[in-house]
Design a protein around this ligand. Structure first.
Ligand SMILES: [Zn+2]
Length: 274
């Protein structure tokens, strides 16, 4: 599932492919990705525009065009952006931008949990409630121990559950939250509001390392490489605990465990995560 590193990769790809380029034709399929908007509205708002700005906020992408138009994108569970030649067919493509260099950028999303919403401007997109509600970005804030302490103060929720709440911290998902807690040697059931300063310092460093590792893992060949998610059959699992229940811990050798927490599967080491 796309988390901060995949969305950051998507932002970098979009900048490399589309910044300064004219969208000759924008088109969308009538899917739930558009919510209540029509494919016609997207085509009308974005065709003929030049992409001027791409920003990532948590797991959201904000695009700004000239003359003014805005687009808010979320990759959902299986979304990704790919660039193809004009004549190539792309299965599961729901939004398409035909560019003035003869390439086509597709939003591909087999399960259709993603989102694409048009606005009159970049600024209007940035004011959307989904964006306004986001907490500080897990990569760009930066998320210091002090800021973590502020965000988590008084919370009686397990730290793993708190880290997935985009209103507290934006960008982490199930995979990177588990990885960060392993790196920080913190048990996923620890209460978020009860972590000490030294533990929050470890967590702050661990989140940064986890995201850096995630980015390096999905960007081996620069922005043109397609992202493979760990959940895809046949994809190699380069992570420390995620998806590794039953395997030995790389740090202490104990058997890694998993359990259901907040509706998601949490992976951890019962010996060295305290
Ligand atoms: Zn261990």
């Amino acid at each position: 599932m796309p988390e901060l590193p995949e969305v950051e990769h998507a932002a970098r790809s979009l900048r490399a492919w589309m910044l300064g380029r004219r969208v000759i034709r924008a088109a969308a399929s009538p899917t739930r990705i558009l919510r209540t908007q029509s494919p016609r509205l997207l085509a009308m708002r974005l065709s003929g525009r030049i992409l001027e700005r791409v920003e990532r906020r948590g797991k959201w992408l904000l695009l700004g065009f000239a003359p003014p138009a805005g687009l808010l994108l979320h990759l959902g569970m299986t979304g990704k952006l790919v660039r193809r030649r004009l004549q190539e067919r792309e299965p599961y493509s729901h939004v398409r931008f035909v560019l003035d260099d003869g390439s086509v950028v597709h939003l591909v999303d087999p399960r259709k949990f993603g989102r694409a919403t048009c606005f009159r401007s970049f600024e209007e997109a940035a004011r959307a409630p989904e964006i306004a509600a986001l907490g500080p970005d897990a990569r760009d804030a930066p998320l210091t121990a002090g800021l973590l302490a502020e965000r988590l103060a008084g919370l009686r929720r397990p730290i793993k559950v708190a880290l997935l709440d985009q209103r507290l911290v934006a960008g982490l998902g199930n995979l990177h939250a588990a990885e960060a807690l392993f790196r920080a040697r913190l048990g996923p059931r620890r209460l978020a509001g009860r972590l000490g300063h030294e533990e929050l310092s470890r967590l702050s460093r661990a989140i940064a390392e986890t995201i850096d590792f995630g980015l390096k893992t999905i960007e081996p060949e620069g922005v043109d490489g397609d992202v493979e998610y760990v959940e895809e059959p046949g994809a190699e699992n380069p992570y420390l605990v995620y998806g590794k229940a039953g395997e030995p811990c790389s740090r202490c050798g104990a058997r890694l465990h998993s359990f259901a927490q907040g509706g998601r599967t949490t992976f951890y080491c019962p010996r060295c995560q305290r």
